[in-house]
Design a protein. Sequence first.
Length: 394
Amino acid sequence: MRNVGTVVRGIRTPIIKKGDYLVNIITKSLIDASISENFKFNDNDVIAITEAVVAISENNYVHINDIANEVSKKIKSGHIGLVYPILSRNRFSIILKGIARSCSKITMLLSFPCDEVGNSIMDEDKLYKLGYNLGDTILEEEYNDKFKDYKHPFTGINMVEFYKKLVNDENCEINFIFTNNPQKILDFTNDIICCDIHSRKRTKNLLLSENNNVYDLTEILNEKNSNHGYHPLYGLLGSNKATEEYLKLFPRNGEKIVLEVQKKMQELTNKKIEVMIYGDGAFKDPSGGIWELADPVVSPAFTKGLNGHPNEIKLKFIADNKFSNLKGDNLNKAIKEEIKHKNKNLTGWMESQGTTPRKITDLIGSLADLTSGSGDKGTPVVLIQNYFDSYADN
């Protein structure tokens, strides 16, 4: 019996820069790692590549003037309503800077007590002690009177003040409204950009009418035939701050990269290895309440073997219920037979309760994101082995 299940390795690579041929760098780094660490490749291994190095190698950057010019073409009134931007210096500040450069006034509508991905904007306990509920609307003057001293517990920054200074530095006026009703923006302007990520379609549909000019971030810098590198599906979504003037966009050629890496690894190892590109993992921090997923998807590109959802039985449930009278070798044998003959679709079955049947790419992408981290580990490639094995595999 195999005594080790899933094995995850962060693979170090050279520092990747604009114009580097990523396929060769990734595959060489993997082969070098296998030699230095004495491991072999297997069929159904998974290579996960962080989206950042893909976009960097593609030189997939835009200047904030590109954002300003694009927004100016779409919205000409000079007063733009921004609905539900996340509170992030990395994710939204450069987008906001570009928008501010395109207009004379911004009305920013923020959800409370936190943004879409869990970044808090107010002290929730204080909010309820003062008698507010989530259906209220709080204007800027009221916010300044009661909540302006709040600072994010991780960054120590008041993001309202941060955004205000950023916009003012672009010679643009800004005012804030705090509400969980997106239609309140229509009290101020009809020219709107929906800045939320996962709820953007619903928000936009609530605001659309013949009198309103409404866009979301996927519709800014998303030219399908552009040589600049704009993503045709996601536009500004999935972007990250590169410098004070440049933004790195979501990778645009992900499908090409994963297929080329898969082909190259099959040539080098004679193994069928699955490949994916991953961004943020889909998990929530228990102490800060932040949901990590600020990208539009966990994986923008992956090989077909990673499509679908897990179909697993819960060993503890089976052992405690169906085989409660068995122990030792008899229990092990019975469990293995149960796995081998399990239903091909366990959705809704008690045997699968608690197995979290999310997308395979969401699960593996989250595992890879936790492994590589976002700091100085230097492992933008992650190798996952035995992920698809079960207790029944020898």
